[in-house]
Write a protein of this length. Sequence first.
Length: 472
Amino acid sequence: MVELHVPVGCLKRITYLDLCQCKRLKSVSFIKDLESLEFLNVSGLHLKEFKNIILCHSNSNLQQLDFGGNDIENLPSSIGNLHKLVNLSFSWCEKLKSLPGSICSLQHLRFLYLYTCGIEELPEDIGQLECLEELDLSDSEIKHLPDSICKLKHLKTLILCGCKVCKLPENFGQIDSLNKLDLRFCKIRDIPSSIFVTSTKTRDVPSSICKLKHLKYLHLSNCSELEKLPENLGDLESLDTLWVTSTKIRDIPPSICKLKHLKYLNLLQCFELEKLPENLGDLESLDTLNVTSTKIRDVPSSICKLKHLKELYLSKCSGLEKLPENLGDLESLYRLSKLPENLGDLECLVELDITDTPISHLPDSISLLKDLKIVGYERRIDPDAILFQEQQHITFAPKRRRANTEATTSNAGDKVKDGGSLMKLCERLERGTSGSWRGILKLVLNPCSKHIIIILLLTFVVICNQFYSLHS
């Protein structure tokens, strides 16, 4: 579009105008006549100024202005006259180096987007934007946050991903409405109060972070130098998700058990973690617990109080010696990675992950579980495991391999289609008269009664004292 022709009478009634990426448009001077305009998007037009837009709408109803992707180098102070503005964006304005202080007079502004722009600093009085809820400074040139930012009592989202900020203000914990803080790929070393803190050198978590009463997500991913969490972590009363992965922490503060709203606790690859809090069962909302690749030796018996726990990950816990005997009380559990003897009590269980664990026995009660998938079986598993009375309800899936629905033997092309055929095959293996059994690569069982496909993938059959043993 090169030109826009609008009847004069219509101009006064237009409230919504989107000219995004209309790069061939020669002039936007007509905007001055849009007296009723509430929404204006002129992003991607490579405009060098918009002074006329501001002057013409200083007393108008303009509430949302997107000026992103333009070539402006500075803003006129008259931007502060857009008193009804709620949403303002200068994203991708790479030549824009600063904001005028007058922008802080926009008392109704709730959303300010400055990502991937050339701005190096914010106005010192940014804290006067008392209604501001979301501030996105990602991939900008900003190196410093003014102390007044801590006065933003309604700020819910602050995104600093990829910017050059090295530290947050000392009183950062005063932003008690904050529930999302994104510090990915920035240079902050000592303040890890984030929703996503990834690949940083964070060494310490200040206790002041626990003043963020509305914080819902705290991610401390790949903070390889982090050794401990604040003792008052339990003060984060709204916390829903806690990720503390690939750190050096050795234990979890007991106060964590006060987090009544915590649903997801991920401690993946905390290789030094040796124990969990004894009162872990007080986390009444916990849905998922992941302690994969940790040093824990046991799981607190109180875990059996977690009526909402659905997923429990214990893979690669080489030091794990036992699980609570009453683990069967976890009536909502459907995914587990270590096997107790009363496993059959978990009626909702559909997947078992025994990858890289020392499990060498499948309890007899497993035959009570319907439609169960066992992932990562190896030759050390009791060879009788595949001959359970209810084997037609159990699926074996090998480690890091995807099941193939084709079932053949490499020599004779025999197909095994049901449980009866499986038993006959096993009998032949025991007698050593199976003919082509040495070439079996894949075994698929298709019981017609429930239309359930059960896949048993065999990498090869090892000939030893027993004529069948499985290796994946």
